[in-house]
Structures are given as C-alpha cells and as structure tokens.
Design a protein around this ligand. Structure first.
Ligand code: IVH
Length: 665
C-alpha cells in the first residue's frame, strides 16, 4: 500500500472506530462484534506503526497507549468550578424556590432536575475542535491537568463538531466496574476502594495512564459553560446540545414546572437509586432559564440558581458476627463489629465501628444481635443500635478487652475518660500507624509508602521510627529484592521521601502525631514559633495564648517534648537534613496578620477558601461570625447581615481592593 492509500485507509478506519466507540460508550448500543472492533483497531495500529506521521491527536489508538508521568501540572480554571449548596428536605427546596422567586420577581420558576452523579467533577476545554485540556476541580480555582488520562475515557470525544467549548461534568465508575476492581485488588492484597467515587478519583489521578484505559471510567457532561453566548436558552437545551455534540449526558433529567414536581422527581429517583448502574448521592435542581442566572447570582462558593438535594444516609440491618478491638496510632482502642456482609450506599460492608466500650455497654449491643448500620458519605460505617424485637436467646454478652490486641500489654483508662489506651510505646501497630500518618498527604506527603510496605519494612527492622525513613537507602539491595517491589517502586519511594525533606515545618509538626495537634493547630503553632527549636522549648503559657490553641493542646505539646525519645527523634530528623523551619510558599510575610481576626462575607473574585488560606498562612485567623474581637470584615458583593453587625460593633469593613492594599503594604 502506498502512502496516499495508507492515508485514506487510516482516515476511514479512524472514522469507523470513533463511530463504534460512540455507539458503544455513549449510546450503549453497539453495532459490531468485539472481534470486528479488535481487528479494525489492529489494522489501524499496524498502519500507524508503519507510517507514524499519520498518527493524529484524535486517533482512537491514542486512547490505549500508556504514558507514565511523574506528576500532573496545575491548571487554573478560567471560570472557577463552583460547588452547590445543599438541601435535605422538602422545606429546604421550598425555601430555595422562594428565594429565587424573590430574586427574579417571578411567580413561577421552571427547573431541570438531574441525577447527582457520585463521581468527581472535571472540566474539558476544546479548542479548534480538539480536546485541549481535561482538568480536575481541585480547590475550584486550581485543579490538575489530567488530559492524558481523560483521553483514555472512551465516552469523551477527542474531536467535536464545534470550534470551541468548555464543558463540565462528572467522571464516574459504574457499580459493576467498581466491584470488579475491588475484587482484583482483594486478590492482589491491595487496599480496597471505599466507594466508586474514591475509585474513580484514584484512577483519574493515576500516573500510569494505561491503567485508566483498563478501568472503564465514564463521564456524564452536564454544564455547558457560557451557554448563552452560543444562543442556548435553557439548561435542558444545553444538555440536548451536548448530546448532539456526541457527549454522554444523563438522560434521566426532567423539566419540572414547580417544586411539587421537583419533589416527585426526588422521590422517584430515591426509590430507583439501587437499580441504576452507577452511584448517585442526590438530585441537582437547576433553574431552567439561563437568562435568569445573572439576576439570581452567586455566593462565594455556590451559584444561587441551583441546589443539590442530598439523599439521607442509608441505614441497613445486618447481624453482628463478632466484636473485635483495634489499636490506632495514639494507642486508642476502637471496637469494631464484624458483620454479615451487607450492601450500603453502593459498597459491600463487612465491618462497622462501635466506637468505644461505653458505647457498646450503653447500647447493650451483643454478639449475634441484628443491628442497624449507617453509612453517610465516605465516612466509615457505624452501628447505631440493635433491634430488641429480633434479639435471639443466643445473643452473647460482650466482654471488654483488657489487653492490647497486638502487643498484649495491659490497657489503661484515665479516670473519667471513655477510651482505653495501649500505652506500650513499642507496640508494633502504634508504630506502623504513626508511620502511616507521618507519610500521609497532609503530613509529610510521602507517596509510594503504603500501609503494607510500612509493615513489611517494619517487620524486617528497616523502619522503626520516622527518621529511619530517611535512612532506607542503606537497604537498597534488600528492598529491591522484596516481592512486588522493583527498582522503579523503590526509586519512586526514595524520591518522595527525599522531596519531603524541604516541607514547611507545619507538615512535620502535624506528622509527629502529637495528641490534639491536628493540621490546623500545627499551622497555628508553626506560624507563631517559626522553628522547631522554638516549639520544643515553648512554655505552656506561650502555647496556650495562641488564638484557638487552648490549654489541652498546650499541655499535650509540652508533655510530648518532655519525653527524651521524642526530642532525640526530632534531633535525628534535623541531622538527616529535614527542614525545621516554617516557610509558607505563598508569601514571605508570615506574621503579617498575626492577631488579626477576619470575617469574610459576600461574593469575592475567588472562593472564600482562597482568602481564608491566605490569611491563615500569614498568621491571621478567620471566623464565621462578627464579634468585638473581629479586626476586619472583608466584604464582597451581596454581603448580607454581617455588615450590619460589623457597623453596630464598630468593626472596620474592607473591600477586596482594600484587602489587596493591606497585603501589599
Ligand atoms: S452542576 C455550577 N450537575 O455535585 C454548577 N453537579 O455538590 C456545577 N454533580 O461539584 C454543578 N452531578 O461535582 C451539577 N448533574 C449534576 C451533577 C453535579 C454531580 C457534582 C459536581 C458538583 C457537586 C456539587
């Protein structure tokens, strides 16, 4: 075949496969056998291998080739990706409707109701007909550019019949695919994904893009950005236009004339939820007429023209087979129920928390009882209580543990406290859990070190303390020789460990796992003291006077650094080159807002979280309500009652412009 014949054939095959992909992945209506599809794909691949110059961006072969990157670039959204306010009952929806009627001056409002797909939101940008960027939401302002991975989702067109478009939607995994992935993970002894959303998010952020192609992610698109500029008048029309452009839209949407019809839709899909192939966690209700959106407006985070009705947490009934204790990183004992398998909110559940011994005693829960189990969002399932009418004679009274389930040392309980603790500082579970916490994202952010790897390295005596992480290179040969651990995973792990050395101090302070020192407290303390040395030597009084750090935290920090082993460990970390100072990345006037208290209200140019983070990174504090302690109220458009209160209390009100001046002064 000469070049021009090959070129024609490639064009023909590409068109053919793209059409089949659309039929299969978007319309759910395939028109060819798998075999014919595979042969055609192979022919196209062969031709492209022979003539690489014929490979184009939109070739279906580009969806299967794998690329491995070491990280994703940040992507700044041109229009922030907002989230939605929530409604939990009919009253909330009626209130939403009334507010819209008031803002528009209209007596009747038409809504589109859509299923709220439980996935993760993405933004797709098409330029010159081609998919240019696929990005995650991130914090709404800045997400990650995951284009290589988005291209692997076959229901997303690489090329469209329109020059430019920004469209948003939800990437999701079907219930079937989710279960398949978890079965595979179970067989490989990998940790299971808690729900399809986590699995989809984990997959989309995979650095090895060939994994995505295998996992069959899909995407529903629902938001045509700036639709009115393209002559679209309603949300329902926007959905139809997206479908015409060959995007996958969710066909279950309905136009409702009033809130009574909306409520009917909500009830219908709450009942149908189980039968859908994908997970939904509510209903999104949007004003249908797009021309009203500007009049209705936005709060700092949400559009006011839409709301998300959240389904109530699902409660199911199952049986307790056994009750067993586990030990956490602080040594606290948690009791869990081993359950007869049950499906809750799309996940198979085999265990649920019973919290602590007093909970079990107060609720008189026994082994063999039928119990109600609840799961809300991605929170761990919990036992709520037993069903007395179904208690059998054989239900067995439960005995509180006296010894640690792992190291078997005697458990202790401080007088007046409900929790029992394992106080053995050498307890292996406490150490491995602390190491896991140290490596977690909000702490030192060391990737490539899973719970299983930590346990393996711990059992081999290579990893017994935080500082040992930074000495693992001594065991290079041994680690590379471990089962399921090649040179590449080793290098990834070591790179990630080394990168963590330069983290700003608050991450290390949080990573140490001092009781009561959460992420926010760690930040407040480091803002104030700036170096580890100053924190180690800080007195109770100095700590307790930091805004929002009370006596309990102060005692805990002082007690922690009274222990010689803890001081030695910190010294060792310093010797190994771990940064011991606070260096905020956003600015270099870290104490600029020390002792300032801001209240943020109204619509600003960026989400409130942005200003909050900025203020906190400069040593300031933010609060939701105005009081005499407030230094400034930062007010955007439509500020509401906080302004009135500020004026009454003589608190200074500043605009975003004033705030920027303050920043730069
Ligand atoms: S509209 C500016 N429609 O729910 C409006 N969101 O709680 C953007 N979601 O961040 C959202 N299904 O990730 C919309 N049919 C749907 C949705 C949907 C799922 C997600 C989305 C959003 C979150 C808000």
């Amino acid at each position: 075949m000469n070049f021009s014949e090959a070129q024609k054939r490639v064009e023909f095959l590409k068109e053919q496969i793209n059409k089949w992909n659309y039929e299969y992945y978007v319309l759910n209506n395939p028109s060819v056998s798998d075999q014919e599809y595979d042969w055609t794909m192979q022919e196209l691949m062969a031709l492209e291998t022979e003539h690489p110059e014929l490979i184009t961006f939109d070739s279906p072969t580009q969806r299967v080739s794998g690329e491995v990157s070491d990280k994703f670039n940040k992507y700044e959204h041109q229009n922030p990706m907002l989230s939605l306010g929530n409604a939990f009952n009919l009253e909330d929806l009626q209130h939403f409707d009334e507010q819209i009627k008031e803002l528009t001056g209209l007596s009747a409002i038409e809504y589109t109701c859509e299923l709220k797909i439980d996935g993760l939101s993405i933004s797709l940008i098409y330029e010159n007909h081609l998919l240019k960027i696929g990005a995650t939401r991130g914090d709404g302002t800045t997400g990650e550019d995951v284009t290589v991975n988005i291209k692997k989702i076959r229901s997303i067109p690489l090329k469209i019949d329109q020059e430019n478009l920004t469209v948003r939607g939800e990437v999701y995994l079907s219930k079937n695919n989710f279960e398949k992935i978890n079965k595979e993970r179970e067989a490989n002894e990998e940790p299971l994904f808690a729900n399809p959303r986590n699995a989809a998010a984990g997959t989309l952020r995979q650095l090895d893009s060939s994994i995505i192609a295998k996992r069959n992610l899909s995407a529903f698109l629902y938001y045509y950005v700036n639709a009115t500029n393209d002559g679209i008048k309603t949300q329902s029309e926007a959905l139809q236009r997206l479908a015409a452009l060959k995007f996958k839209i969710n066909k279950e949407f309905r136009i409702c004339k009033n809130i009574a019809e909306v409520w009917d839709y909500v009830q219908t899909y709450q009942a149908k939820r189980e039968d859908l192939e994908y997970e939904i966690d509510g209903i999104v209700i949007k004003v249908n007429d797009l021309s009203l959106y500007n009049r209705i407006g936005y709060t700092a985070k949400n559009p006011k023209w839409a709301i998300a009705y959240k389904f109530p947490a699902e409660i199911v009934i199952t049986k307790i087979l056994n009750i067993f204790p586990t030990v956490g990183r602080t040594g606290r004992i948690t009791y869990n129920a081993h359950l007869e398998l049950v499906r809750i909110a799309g996940t198979i559940v085999k265990a649920a928390t019973l919290h602590n011994a007093s909970f079990i005693i107060d609720k008189d829960i026994r082994i063999g009882d039928n119990v109600k189990v609840k799961k809300a969002g991605d929170i761990i399932p919990e036992v709520i209580g037993y069903l007395p009418e179904r208690r059998s004679k054989n239900a067995k009274k439960w005995q509180e543990a006296t010894h640690c389930p792992v190291c078997h040392s005697l458990l202790e309980r401080t007088a007046g406290e409900v929790d029992q603790y394992c106080i053995n500082s050498l307890c292996s579970k406490k150490i491995t859990r602390s190491l896991e916490h140290f490596c977690s994202r909000n702490a030192m952010n060391i990737g490539g070190v899973s719970e299983k790897i930590i346990e393996k390295l711990f059992n081999l005596n290579y990893l017994k303390s935080f500082s040992n992480l930074y000495e693992l290179e001594k065991y290079h040969q041994e680690i590379v020789g471990l089962e399921n651990f090649g040179e590449k995973s080793y290098q990834n792990m070591i790179n990630s460990i080394n990168n963590s050395k330069t983290n700003s101090l608050e991450k290390l302070l949080f990573g140490l796992g001092i009781r009561h020192v959460g992420q926010k407290t760690a930040k407040l303390i480091t803002h104030k003291f700036l170096t580890m040395e100053a924190i180690v030597t800080a007195t109770f009084e100095e700590l307790a006077t930091i805004n929002d750090v009370g006596p309990i935290v102060a005692t805990s920090v002082v007690d922690y650094f009274k222990i010689a082993e803890n001081i030695n460990e910190v010294k060792k970390l310093a010797q190994l080159g771990i940064n011991m100072t606070y260096h905020p990345s956003t600015n270099n006037n870290s104490n600029k807002f020390e002792n300032y208290r801001f209240v943020i209200t109204g619509t600003l140019s960026k989400p409130r979280e942005y200003f909050k983070d900025l203020i906190e990174s400069m040593g300031g504090a933010t609060s939701d309500s105005v009081s005499s302690k407030t230094t400034y109220v930062l007010a955007g458009a439509d500020p509401g009652s906080k302004i009135t209160k500020a004026a009454k209390l003589n608190v200074k009100i500043i605009s975003e412009e004033d705030f920027n001046k303050l920043l730069n002064s």
